[in-house]
Design a protein around this ligand. Structure first.
Ligand code: UDP
Ligand code: MG
Length: 325
């Protein structure tokens, strides 16, 4: 390769003090290998985004930057903004500095050796390279089940995502520039990137166990994430309401005919229970439908406000970039 291009990695970190040094060490080795193989430029960097951690994550990032300012940069967000926002903060910060960018979790669950293949695929002309898990053997049954149901449910509900792909992916500078035009507040990157388009491919890797620390995605957060994904990307729930409404109307017409025939036939013991049942049923359905509409109204509310999606408190970088301003 005559002109290796610049690779930036964006690594969101929330309370990752147990694992961060190891992640940095492994990334450093990987970068050195890629640089000596002539696959990436010497100007390539790793950017850690501290997402309002309550532990020593930020001081470790500062330490890493001080020890190797050529390789490690850091972004400190003013408060915890959530995984997706932290990733976006990193991407938008590096989009003019890099040629390609890989996002990866800090916990080393994503296989670092897959980076080689991603970079190769980039040189083959792919603008997006999705890291896809080939196996989930190390996940607990519960995590595997909930995560796989998540992808299936998303698809059924009309939000198209790449199956078993989380946020381990390579994007070219061009894609990042297009991503910057997506102004939505409810971020769901793995739904947004396929919408951008361009030539893309998948690389497969085995997902490891979290090296240290614990998952920041308990079931409650994962459910919220799924609901956010569906309501941000699909109006299928709204269409389901219409379908439900039509089915209910047909059913009630049939019930009406049945009641009418029963009345003519003279066997009309209209009971209290059937009245109560229908009141409860209709009441429940109405509440359910209102709830779904409420989800969308809530989103419109958030979008209309157009609040900044993250606030960067500090950007550690090496001197040469400072004269850009
Ligand atoms: N993370 C973040 N902000 C948050 C929660 C998580 O930046 O509010 C980061 C976290 O440090 C990790 C990545 O997002 O690098 C994925 O989180 P985690 O590994 O806990 O999720 P899991 O892999 O268990 O789904
Ligand atoms: Mg993880």
């Amino acid at each position: 390769m005559n002109n290796p291009e610049i690779l930036y990695m964006v690594v969101p970190c929330y309370n990752e003090q147990e694992v961060l040094r190891e992640t940095a060490a492994q990334l450093k080795t990987k970068y050195n290998d890629l640089m000596s193989a002539g696959l990436i430029s010497k100007d390539s960097r790793v950017v850690f985004v501290n997402d309002g951690s309550k532990d020593n994550t930020w001081s470790i990032i500062k330490e890493l930057h001080a020890a190797d300012p050529q390789l490690f940069s850091g972004i400190d967000l003013a408060h915890n903004s959530g995984h997706q926002n932290a990733v976006l903060a990193g991407l938008m910060t590096v989009k003019e500095l890099c040629d390609m960018c890989i996002t990866m979790d800090a916990d080393l669950q994503d296989d670092i050796d897959t980076i080689d293949e991603m970079v190769k695929q980039y040189y083959e002309g792919n603008q997006v390279v999705y890291g896809v898990r080939s196996a989930r053997d190390t996940d607990t049954f519960f995590k595997k089940f909930t995560a796989e149901s998540f992808y299936k449910f998303m698809k059924v509900m009309g939000a198209d995502v790449v199956y078993n792909h989380a946020d381990f992916r390579l994007m070219s500078k061009r894609v990042l520039q297009e991503l910057a035009n997506f102004k939505e507040v409810n971020l769901f990157l793995r739904g947004m990137v396929p919408l951008i388009g361009f030539q893309s491919t998948k690389v497969y890797y085995e997902r490891h166990e979290r090296l240290a620390g614990e998952s920041k995605y308990p079931l409650k957060k994962m459910l919220a994430f799924a609901i956010n994904g569906i309501t941000s990307f699909s109006t299928k729930p709204l269409k389901l309401i219409t379908t439900l409404g039509i089915i209910m109307s047909i059913a009630s017409i049939l019930a009406f005919i049945w009641a009418f025939i029963a009345k003519i036939g003279g066997f009309t013991e209209h009971g209290w229970s059937s009245t109560m049942c229908s009141i409860w049923l209709i009441g429940g359905l109405q509440l359910f439908c209102l709830g779904i509409i409420g989800e969308y109204v809530g989103k419109i509310y958030a979008e209309v406000k157009q609040r900044p999606r993250y606030i960067i408190a500090e950007f550690l970088t090496d001197a040469e970039k400072k004269d850009d301003k």
